[in-house]
Design a protein around this ligand. Structure first.
Ligand SMILES: [Ca+2]
Length: 451
């Protein structure tokens, strides 16, 4: 009995200590709290650096690596800086920048520090950083060395693993991110130092070169776009059409109140895509071009690819990706256009699953629509049609006879169609094979025998 009571007491103590531990461990989000003029208000911000207890430790996934944003050297010199952007990967909020300037140290100390503390880090690495928090009046709480060469103020970076880059979060319109809100329930402070996507924006004046700060806007407002100095923008043409951008949400506002200067810091030219509204517009893009769609519905999933279509069932497009999606998922995709057997497809660089709903309903079609003789273009769309099984050709391929007696093709994936002569109603995405309609049948449940 005594032993049992002791066990219970130990258990209660353990739960209490665990709960206490959880409630006192501050997160990146806590460290980034601001007041009404955008200054950091966490007690550790700008706290006495002679007291080691004022050091903080943060962990997260690196969305801006040591060589992507600034030139870290060595050697040391003016302009040689080390920076990382770290996103909290345990929640959907919070991120922090770390920064060091080589000219405060000089060689050889910088060369040493680049081996021991300010180490090379790749995007997608998970890191732990220990150092002092600082708000130097630029709109951000960061971890830095307080612009000192004191070895006690050096922050330490350690790589914990490599989970890979997170998916960006979609910002639905500029008006969601270009304003200051002290509570951080929305606006720029909510998105600060997070990996984001903004779709359907136009570029303002300015040169399309590395290290150029431009503006992007939609009908709801404008926000900054900073092209990384370490990027590959110089030499590429400036897009004169709506674009989709993926980058690090950042702020730089050096005058009080620090409530403006929000911008998306884009790392690479490939993170800028032509923003299109309808799936069918992918056909108008050139192979190799980057193109982006948002809010499209997954219709059917196949080995190594799937199709999405417009909510309005206007058109569809093939997405070449093995990422796990299900019919009814609503996705955003930003990727490169390819030409596979005369069909324009997208290879995602970024793919966001926004939410899941019911699978889309197929459109009932006849031979006229399958052969595009009714004026309706059904390629890439989920359809339902009645056919007769005609002939198996091996490797899951079949010939069918459509309702007008014309021969069409079908492709199955790991299952058989009923025997020749069987009349079936089929749900399938329509593709084309050498000018002939081809039904892509994802599963046996999409085939119904009709008597
Ligand atoms: Ca801020």
């Amino acid at each position: 009995m005594v032993r049992r009571e002791r066990q219970i007491i130990i258990l209660i103590l353990a739960v209490f200590l665990f709960a206490a531990g959880c409630s006192t461990a501050d997160t990146i989000w806590d460290y980034e709290a601001v007041n009404s003029i955008g200054r950091g208000i966490h007690p550790k911000v700008n706290a006495d650096a002679s007291d080691p207890a004022n050091r903080v430790t943060v962990e997260g996934v690196v969305i801006g690596g040591s060589h992507e944003i600034l030139n870290p050297g060595p050697p040391a010199g003016m302009g040689i800086q080390y920076t990382l952007f770290i996103q909290d990967d345990t929640s959907d909020r919070g991120g922090i920048q770390v920064w060091a300037g080589s000219w405060f140290y000089g060689d050889p100390m910088w060369t040493d520090l680049r081996q021991t503390d300010y180490i090379d880090v790749q995007p997608g690495d998970r890191v732990r950083v220990t150092g002092f928090l600082s708000d130097a009046g630029r709109g951000k709480v960061v971890i830095n060395h307080r612009h000192s060469n004191n070895p006690d103020l050096v922050f330490h970076v350690e790589i914990l693993g490599h989970p890979g880059m997170p998916d960006p979060v979609l910002i639905n319109s500029v008006s969601e991110c270009n304003y200051f809100d002290e509570t951080r329930s929305g606006g720029g402070e909510f998105y600060q130092t997070r990996w984001v996507m903004l779709h359907g924006v136009l570029l303002g004046p300015g040169n399309w070169v590395n290290n150029s700060l431009l503006t992007i806007s939609d009908t709801t407002g404008a926000v900054g776009l900073l092209l990384s100095a370490r990027g590959n923008f110089t030499g590429n043409p400036k897009p004169d059409f709506p674009i989709s951008v993926v980058g690090i949400f950042d702020q730089e506002d050096t005058t009080s109140p620090h409530t403006e200067g929000y911008r998306i810091w884009v790392k690479k030219q490939e993170d800028v895509a032509r923003a299109i509204n309808h799936c069918r517009e992918v056909r108008l893009c050139s192979a190799g071009e980057m193109s982006a769609l948002v809010g499209k519905v997954v219709s059917r999933v196949y080995p190594g690819f799937f199709y999405v279509q417009d909510e309005t069932r206007t058109g569809g497009v093939r997405i070449d990706s093995s990422k796990i999606v299900s019919p009814g998922d609503r996705i955003c995709v930003h990727g490169q256009v390819s030409n596979i057997n005369n069909e324009k497809t997208l290879n995602p660089r970024y793919l966001i699953i926004q939410n899941s709903g019911g699978a889309p309903k197929p459109i009932g079609v006849t031979s006229r629509e399958l052969w595009c003789s009714s004026g309706l273009d059904v390629y890439g769309l989920l359809v339902r049609c009645v056919c007769v099984v005609k002939e198996y050709q091996g490797n899951g391929s079949y010939l069918l006879t459509d309702d007008a007696g014309r021969t069409i093709k079908a492709q199955t994936y790991g299952f058989d169609l009923p025997e020749n002569g069987t009349r079936v109603a089929v749900n399938a995405v329509v593709a084309q094979s050498e000018g002939v309609p081809m039904l892509l049948i994802a599963s046996a449940s999409d085939v119904e025998v009709i008597n």
